[in-house]
Design a protein. Structure first.
Lengths: 176, 176
DNA sequence: GTCTATAATTTGATAGAC
DNA sequence: GTCTATCAAATTATAGAC
């Protein structure tokens, strides 16, 4: 894998655990096994790293959604895939959504990064609304907004309280 | 008002906007109109300030819940009061819940602070579960977990995306 | 309780060799 | 691409005067 991706992996892991401002270039460089000065070669400013992180995260998220609904385009499967993608962050990674962390810190981040977070939520809402609409649900847009927000909150509370049942309770509300 | 409370007010405002690690003693002291060294008289370490913040926030939250449900102990009113308290953070203050911000940064905070956040969510879940139970709802505990998590997520997404309808969509799910 | 002064450390960032 | 060396600024925190 490329150095840039290796750096992004380490940065994403730490920032999803601790937040943007708690993580330093030295922390990330140490995880990767290089010096912090080398990090600036790939990402001149911390804001560049933050922006690249959100962009990669959002692209990957959409990519997984599309890939995993290709074989079964049924809307109820699409909704299940969306829920499962969040569940995996919780149970497989033990991590919050990167954009939930950054969203909570929005006013303390470079403006570009916050814009990326907004775009992530908007595209997720559109995607879920489309599934609800195909399923014939009333107010698909409202339900999608509620679903996206509820799942993000579920990850946060479930992780902090170490109680996965919080997530399943929300998942039950989001499902058809 | 006491100096300590004045300091807590300034710290809470900034940290609910930017997160724990984005806010320095100098930022807070500047808001209050004193020097950062004076801040250490009231809160020796930053962890002491963080802990006091969460404790005060949780106490105040419970206090409002109790006060505003005293006149009308009907469970549907209790649930509405719970929702309204979150809506006020969003619409009147334009702020996230302090514990949602700290919850998102949990692994980057002093351990005591994270414990306080956990306690906040647990007592909120208990309070809401009690209201659901009195209302005769099935699985009151699960619904309460989902409701607390969904409302926290709703504040975050609504604020980042500047779209209050996200909050109302969640509120509709949480209401009876 | 608040101040000045300052220590000790961390942080984001740059210059230049290899 | 990565390193050493370094810097300027910021940050948490303390000592001691008022």
């Amino acid at each position: 894998m490329s150095s840039a991706n290796h750096i992004l992996d380490a940065a994403e892991l730490r920032m999803r655990e601790q937040g943007y401002n708690a993580v330093s270039f030295r922390d990330i460089a140490s995880d990767v096994g290089i010096k912090s000065a080398s990090l600036h070669y790939h990402f001149p400013k911390k804001a560049d790293l933050g922006l690249a992180l959100v962009a990669r995260y959002a692209e990957n998220f959409q990519s997984v959604l599309i890939t995993e609904t290709r074989l079964d385009p049924d809307p109820s499967n699409s909704i299940q895939v969306f829920i499962d993608l969040h569940r995996r962050a919780l149970k497989d990674q033990g991590l919050l959504c990167l954009c939930a962390v950054f969203g909570a810190e929005a006013k303390g981040l470079p403006e570009n990064v916050t814009q990326g977070v907004r775009a992530f939520f908007k595209s997720n809402i559109e995607w879920l609304a489309s599934a609800y609409e195909k399923a014939g649900v009333k107010n698909p847009s409202s339900r999608a907004k509620a679903g996206v927000a509820a799942l993000e909150g579920a990850l946060m509370v479930a992780l902090v309280n170490e109680d996965y049942s919080v997530f399943e309770a929300v998942a039950d509300m989001v499902r058809l």
